[in-house]
Design a protein. Structure first.
Lengths: 115, 111
């Protein structure tokens, strides 16, 4: 029983294409996140949603658009892919949005390669 | 901006030895968390220490927090080959709603 799942696991695509990554959590959590991990393993938050509402939007190109149809799902759509978008993208969830005891649960990651 | 910085960036020890990793940060925090990432996998939460706590234990893990020095350490005792992974510290800053991660320490346990 996967707690936080992402699809696809691997994504190889050409520059300029549009692609989506899907994330689902079955933990009943209120908050979901997207992170980007670069080749140096540096993990940086991109977005977070609390109960379908956007609460964190870091300085991310507007080619990246998150969509949360319900609180169990947070998808990431990327337009006009660029070489620099190549990275591993992680979805995560946590029980509450702003809590001093917030542990985050991560998905397995989606390795995006832009050629 | 990046908050936690782990030290060392890479650590290689023999099975059975203890491994110590350090994390430094810059601003006041609510809590500090340690995560493990096995190769090709997502991060797994290990332990959380609040700003008013100084030490915490979980199995073979021991975490300390020194808010005056803005630093934390993670000690893994009696290391095993399965402990081979990257370890990240993450801080929840006061007034913030997001965790800020460091770049991690890559730990290798040699059999």
């Amino acid at each position: 029983d996967t707690a936080v799942s992402q699809t696809p696991k691997y994504l190889v695509t050409q520059m300029g294409n549009d692609k989506s990554i899907k994330c689902e959590q079955n933990l009943g959590h209120d908050t979901m996140y997207w992170y980007k991990q670069d080749s140096k393993k540096f993990l940086k938050i991109m977005f977070s949603y609390n109960n379908k509402e956007l609460i964190i939007n870091e300085t991310v190109p507007n080619r990246f658009s998150p969509k949360s149809p319900d609180k169990a799902h947070l998808n990431l759509h990327i337009n006009s892919l660029e070489l620099g978008d190549s990275a591993v993208y992680f979805c995560a969830s946590s029980p509450l949005g702003s809590s001093s005891t917030d542990t985050q649960y991560f998905g397995p990651g989606t390795r995006l390669t832009v050629l | 901006s990046q908050q936690g910085e782990e030290d060392p960036q890479a650590l290689s020890i023999q099975e059975g030895e203890n491994a110590t990793m350090n994390c430094s940060y810059k601003t006041s925090i609510n809590n500090l968390q340690w995560y493990r990432q096995n190769s090709g996998r997502g991060l797994v939460h290990l332990i959380l220490i609040r700003s008013n706590e100084r030490e915490k234990h979980s199995g073979r893990l021991r975490v300390t927090l020194d808010t005056s020095k803005k630093s934390s350490s993670l000690l893994i005792t009696a290391s095993r080959a399965a402990d081979t992974a990257s370890y990240f510290c993450a801080t929840l800053n006061q007034g913030a709603q997001k965790l800020v991660f460091g770049q991690g320490t890559r730990l290798t346990i040699n059999p």
